[in-house]
Design a binder for this molecule. Structure first.
Ligand code: CO
Length: 464
């Protein structure tokens, strides 16, 4: 059995390289050709695509899903879901999670890849239940990071919890591109031995390791890997699809995919890449190899955030101190993986600790909530002196965070009722109330050919 390929061009590739700005129209023109390739699946929804569709492209993400599904009859459509966070940045109530997953699958999703930033499997329970109820493929992703507690036994334990929850497959999600080839080999081997589920590997080319990592993971028995068609590959995106197909050709891992057929798709995306390069959406900086990722163990995007935070304070000379403080804060907080939202939270705390000259003198609300357990359970215990500094004598919660959130669906429906044209709109509104409202108003004015400003109370009043 050869290796299977998930193509990410409609989701992670453009999210990583061009701020998720590819339009539905650009996708639809090549969808039929992509459908003919024989990919295992096409990652095309979720992650930041939902937010970006509404916020920047003024498109309905549900409509994108339906249109792609209508053309792509053969290939499995895959989405990325942040567990209880869905596609937003906080936990939602169970009724919203269940309704959202139900609608995603009803509109055409075949595979739901779910993950939690802290690998707290409790944050995947409701998503899993909903995916199972709808009969779709439930893939659980392990958020990969490096720390003294994130060793192979840790990942095996997490994968077993995911399997027990009902996972149909496991993904190693290396969002920062720090998974090294021989570590990947060991990890995949150990996972294959411990659980009887297909293993998929997802990495980013950021540090230059990923294509080597894929090869070793494949030799260790990985069933599926994520790649992007070459014009939108490498840099902060995935390794390129075509060279991997060529590398595996004639081996026991042969993907069976046809390079010539892919060439047409490559040619289609070249001018699209050029367009986003010329309009500045693709920053040349994201295309190279970023060694900082390996040196400081922090994702590239986080480094540029730290620099801009320091610039605002006129303290760029303190960068080295901040970079040294990041791993200390991370250790204090139980080694959270540096993925959204933890990367921003840890970075901000490190900047505050350095600039104020006293550690945890000031602590943002998000960090307090994290220590209170509202994001889930950290991989390592938070030391009691740190806990005391941050939340005093408060006792962290012991339950699943979403157990403390009451149902929200009815309230959301009521709040958005005058704009609801489809049941999905309730969920769109629930995820991004302000962005959704401005999109709904624009849709409304397009439909009735009325100036948005007549209806949009946020629009400035025109001078008469
Ligand atoms: Co990714």
């Amino acid at each position: 059995m050869g290796v299977k390929i998930t193509e990410t061009v409609y989701r992670d590739a453009h999210q990583s390289l061009l701020a998720t700005r590819m339009t539905t129209e650009e996708m639809l023109s090549i969808a039929e050709k992509l459908d003919d390739v024989g990919y295992y699946s096409l990652e095309m929804w979720g992650g930041a695509t939902f937010d970006s569709c509404l916020r920047f492209l003024k498109e309905d993400p549900w409509d994108r899903l339906r249109k792609i599904r209508a053309i792509m009859k053969k290939t499995k459509l895959q989405m990325l879901l942040r567990g209880q966070n869905l596609l937003g940045y906080r936990h939602y109530a169970d009724d919203v999670v269940e309704a959202f997953v139900g609608k995603a699958i009803a509109n055409g999703i075949d595979i739901v890849r779910m993950f939690d930033a802290l690998n707290d499997v409790r944050n995947l329970e409701t998503t899993m239940k909903a995916v199972k109820r709808e009969g779709a493929h439930a893939q659980c992703a392990l958020s990969y990071t490096i720390s003294p507690v994130h060793d192979i036994p840790y990942y095996i334990q997490k994968a077993k919890e995911m399997a027990a929850l009902g996972a149909d497959s496991i993904c190693i999600k290396d969002m920062s591109g720090i998974l090294a080839p021989y570590v990947a080999y060991e990890l995949v081997k150990a996972l294959k031995a411990a659980i009887k589920l297909p293993i998929q590997v997802h990495s980013h080319y950021s540090s230059g390791l990923a294509s080597m990592t894929y090869l070793k993971a494949i030799e260790a028995g990985a069933d599926v890997v994520d790649t992007a068609i070459s014009p939108l590959a490498m840099g902060t995106s995935q390794p390129a699809t075509e060279p991997l197909i060529a590398a595996l050709k004639g081996t026991p891992y042969d993907t069976g995919l046809d390079l010539e057929r892919l060439n047409e798709i490559t040619e289609y995306f070249k001018p699209i890449r050029d367009k986003y390069f010329e309009n500045g959406m693709i920053d040349p900086k994201v295309l190279g190899v970023d060694i900082n990722t390996l040196v400081y163990q922090i994702p590239g995007g986080m480094l540029s955030n730290l620099i801009s935070q320091l610039k605002q304070q006129n303290k760029t000379d303190r960068l080295e101190e901040v970079l040294a403080e990041v791993p200390r804060v991370r250790e204090d907080l139980g080694f959270p993986p540096l993925v959204t939202p933890m990367s921003q939270m840890v970075g901000t705390q490190a900047v505050l600790n350095v600039i104020l000259g006293q550690r945890y003198k000031m602590v943002p609300k998000e960090i307090k909530d994290y220590v209170r357990g509202h994001y889930g359970k950290a991989a390592a215990e938070i030391p009691s002196d740190i806990k005391k500094k941050i939340i005093g004598d408060e006792e962290p919660i012991a339950v699943r965070p979403a157990d403390l959130i009451s149902p929200q669906l009815l309230e959301l429906r009521a709040a958005a009722k005058e704009f609801i044209e489809q049941e999905e709109d309730v969920l769109t509104y629930g995820l991004f109330p302000q962005v959704a409202m401005s999109y709904f108003k624009e849709r409304w004015s397009r439909k009735y050919k009325i100036e948005t400003s007549l209806y949009n109370e946020e629009a400035p009043v025109h001078p008469v």
